[in-house]
Design a protein around this ligand. Structure first.
Ligand code: SF4
Ligand code: SF4
Length: 211
């Protein structure tokens, strides 16, 4: 009987929210924990994983961020019809999960980075995105995509003297990214060696040269 009375008393206290009364008094005196978002002032701890943005001057257009994004939030499109041909990236914040993998896997490290901007609310999710674009380098032989020009330059710079082992990169090191002019009617093979070629055409040209 004594135990049941005790249990009843405890349940009654909880039902009346009496244990919460100290919190109620604290909130009355100091104000609530919550903020009046979006009207009141919010607290920026500086430790948010917020919106990722591109640094156009650092990004080399390699596409690694689009490859590794687990949420498929970054789209990459090569437009070889535009003048000049361009590689375009679009990051949709309504798909982004703010994991930071795009930043962690960016070869030049800060081509894309996360800001602390977390306030991305919008009435139209189609407007919630950011973009960057890079000029493309096309194959002299087939017109296919070799890569973004800044990417090729970045690779050549990283390789240093070793870049001369690849004719396309050697042209890059020499400031060109422009093929040696070929006389009309030049046959495939040796005459095509010093040209900017995609990997497929490079194989074909080298094969023709050695056979
Ligand atoms: S350089 Fe970095 S940000 Fe630019 S495309 Fe490559 S991975 Fe993405
Ligand atoms: S933060 Fe994560 S989800 Fe968002 S774009 Fe980068 S890789 Fe994709």
């Amino acid at each position: 009987m004594a135990n049941s009375l005790k249990t009843f008393a405890i349940r009654a206290l909880w039902a009346l929210k009496i244990p919460y009364l100290p919190e109620v008094f604290r909130a009355v005196v100091k104000g609530p924990y919550t903020v009046d978002f979006p009207f009141g002032e919010t607290v920026d701890t500086g430790a948010y994983r917020g919106a990722a943005v591109w640094d156009e001057d650092v990004c080399i257009g390699c596409g690694a961020c689009a490859e590794v994004c687990p949420a498929d939030a970054i789209a990459m499109e090569d437009d070889i019809e535009s003048s000049p041909p361009m590689r375009r990236f679009k990051l949709r914040y309504d798909k982004c999960i703010f994991c930071g993998h795009c930043h962690y896997n960016c070869p030049p490290e800060d081509g894309i980075y996360q800001t602390t901007n977390w306030d991305l609310a919008t009435y139209d999710r189609a407007e919630s995105y950011t973009t960057v674009e890079k000029e493309l380098l096309l194959c002299d032989r087939c017109g296919g995509v070799v890569g973004a020009k800044d990417h090729i330059k970045w690779v050549a710079k990283r390789l240093g003297p070793k870049a001369y082992a690849n004719p396309g990169l050697a042209l890059t090191v020499e400031g060109g990214l422009v093929s040696a002019p070929q006389p009309a009617g030049t046959a495939e093979g040796r005459a095509n060696i010093m040209r900017v070629l995609c990997p497929h055409c490079r194989r074909v040209v080298v094969f023709e040269e050695i056979t």
